[in-house]
Design a protein around this ligand. Structure first.
Ligand code: ZN
Length: 210
């Protein structure tokens, strides 16, 4: 177990998306934080890892932890992936001596979804406890109740460098701008527009594929 006075105190789950970036930049002392990321498949997964490494440098975090991808069949069970990620992150936090886990889940202002997220976070902390029934980690969900537009607004307020954000989940190699048509591109372009925050690739040349 790490020295509580000098070791990492917080594990930030980083999905390589904008809510994760915002959570990292909200940390008061990122030098005592660990970024935890599950590798994804293909070009999109590799790009997220590269961005996360840049993000770690920008934040000055103590270390990054990369976990192996789940089997492809899990892609059809996002709720199961979410539960496994949270449990593994809580377990990693316990073993690293962290007492906080930051989960960048976004529910929006829906009380039922929020209550469900809090319940799942308590359960994961309990299941990950190295001493039965005595959870050492507390899971915080700092952006859970925010709408996507509020997250875009917050990213601007926090002066997050636009180069650290890449919404696109397209697997085409050599892209210089997001595809604009995948689900995440549409989601975040809409959020930036609603928040009246400049889209980082506005006016960018059409995507290039090699
Ligand atoms: Zn896209």
């Amino acid at each position: 177990m790490s020295d509580l006075s000098t070791g990492p105190s917080t594990l930030v789950i980083d999905f390589g998306d904008l809510p994760s970036l915002v959570c990292g930049f909200l940390e008061s002392d990122p030098t005592r934080a660990v970024l935890w990321h599950r590798r994804g498949a293909g070009v999109a997964g590799a790009r997220r890892v590269a961005l996360l490494e840049e993000n770690a440098v920008a934040l000055g975090v103590e270390r990054t932890v990369f976990t192996d991808p789940l089997p492809a069949a899990f892609a059809e069970r996002p709720e199961l992936v979410e539960a496994i990620d949270l449990l593994e992150a809580c377990t990693a936090a316990e073993s690293l001596g962290c007492h906080r886990v930051v989960w960048p889940l976004v529910c929006g202002p829906d009380p039922t979804l929020l209550a469900n997220a809090v319940e799942r976070s308590c359960l994961a902390a309990l299941l990950a406890a190295s001493t039965p029934d005595v959870p050492r980690v507390v899971v915080e969900i700092p952006v859970a109740d925010l709408a996507d537009a509020a997250i875009a607004d917050l990213a601007e307020d926090l002066n997050i460098p636009p180069r650290l954000f890449w919404p696109c989940t397209s697997d085409a190699a050599g892209r210089t701008s997001p595809c604009g048509t995948c689900q995440e591109c549409r989601r975040w372009r809409g959020a930036f527009s609603e928040a009246r925050v400049e889209w980082p690739w506005a006016g960018a040349p059409a995507a290039v594929t090699v």
